[in-house]
Structure formats: C-alpha cells, structure tokens
Design a protein around this ligand. Structure first.
Ligand code: COA
Length: 165
C-alpha cells in the first residue's frame, strides 16, 4: 500500500468521475502526456469502458487530479487478477500537496476491492518526477519497455503488491 504521506483532513473530495468530468480529464491528459501519444484518444476509450474505475480529486474550486485503475485478468502462472493504473495526473498548481498520493491510495483500495494482487503502471523513462512519486508511493521498478507508448518514448514498468492475496 502507499507509503508516502497522505494528508488526512483536507478539503479534498475524492469521488468517481461522471460524464461531465470527461472533457476536463481528456484536456489535462492531452497536454500532460502529449509526448507519449494521443491521450485524448487513448483515454477516451478508458473513460467509457465499464471495467475501469475513474477517480477525480477536487476541492471547492474544481477538479485537481484524476486516476484511472482497471482490472487486468489472469496474470502470471497462477492466473491471478492484477490491476493497471492506466493514468494519473494532478494540475500543476495543486502538486506536492498529497493529491496524487490520495489518488493512488484510493486506486489501491479499488484494486483490492476487485480482487487484485498487485497494481502495475507505466511511465516514461524520462519522467523522473513521476518515478520519484511512484517510488514514494511504494511502487518498485520492474522492467524497461522499449516499445510501449505510441510516440516511441521508452517506458518503465512499476508495480506494487497489494495485501490480502
Ligand atoms: C506525478 C503526479 C501525479 C504527483 O502528484 P502530486 O499531487 O504532486 O503528488 P504528491 O503531492 O501526492 O506527492 C507525494 C510524494 O511523491 C514524491 N513526489 C511527488 N512529486 C515529485 C516530484 N516532482 N519530484 C520528486 N518527488 C516527487 C514526494 O515524495 C511527495 O511527497 P512530499 O511532497 O512530501 O515530498 C503529478 O506530479 C503529475 O500530475 N505529473 C504529471 C503527470 C505524470 O507524470 N503522471 C504520472 C506518470 S503517468
């Protein structure tokens, strides 16, 4: 589970996304992940698939960040259920306040709920801040993937084991 500091009492609201959140999520992803591929198109599919859980963190001023987590059936020799943290992002002005950690923590809770034994994610090899964030959350690098993002940017795969499996 997440090892980084998670602010307890705050004005942060964490909830499931509704259709009205989708344009905001896509606009943010399109800008933040522009060097990886067409994230408007990539996340467009994830937002409408019923198997994905889309989380939004917001305060009184509006949305601050989102995360998408989805089951990944039958991984490994034991054919266990895994989970994929498909994307996570926080708007620039809200960063380093624990919003990302809260989203990861909730994604872990959701993954445990749908029976996952671990969460896997990918980030660009050059995204050092992202890697520091995930490491701080307890994820560990597993392997490099030369072919992953549509743009050809190299990816690193991270994972975290979940309790109870
Ligand atoms: C990665 C991201 C989601 C982190 O969100 P955040 O709300 O700023 O993260 P938190 O405040 O919860 O950070 C928790 C801890 O992670 C680490 N961390 C977060 N951002 C970091 C950075 N830029 N550099 C180094 N460590 C960082 C720190 O240990 C931090 O704890 P601290 O602030 O007490 O030192 C955000 O920076 C972001 O949206 N980046 C652009 C999109 C992206 O790279 N997404 C992930 C790859 S798919």
């Amino acid at each position: 589970m997440a090892t980084t500091r998670i602010p307890a009492a705050s004005m942060l609201d964490l909830r499931d996304a509704v259709a009205g959140d989708h344009p905001w999520i896509l606009a943010l992803a399109e800008v933040l992940f522009a060097d990886l591929g067409d994230y408007r198109e990539i996340l467009g599919d994830w937002l409408i698939t019923p198997r994905a859980e889309v989380l939004v963190a917001s305060d009184a001023a509006g949305p601050l960040g989102f995360a998408i987590v989805a089951p990944r059936p039958r991984i490994g020799f034991r054919r266990r259920v895994g989970a994929e943290l498909v994307a996570i992002a926080v708007i620039e002005r809200a960063r380093r306040n624990g919003v990302g950690a809260r989203l990861v923590h909730e994604a872990e809770r959701r993954a445990i709920r749908f029976g996952a034994c671990e969460i896997r994610l990918h980030t660009a090899q050059g995204n050092i801040a992202g890697q520091d964030f995930f490491t701080g959350c307890g994820f560990r690098p597993r392997r490099a993937l030369p072919i992953f993002y549509p743009s050809g940017v190299r990816a690193l795969e991270f994972c975290i084991a979940l309790p109870g499996r």
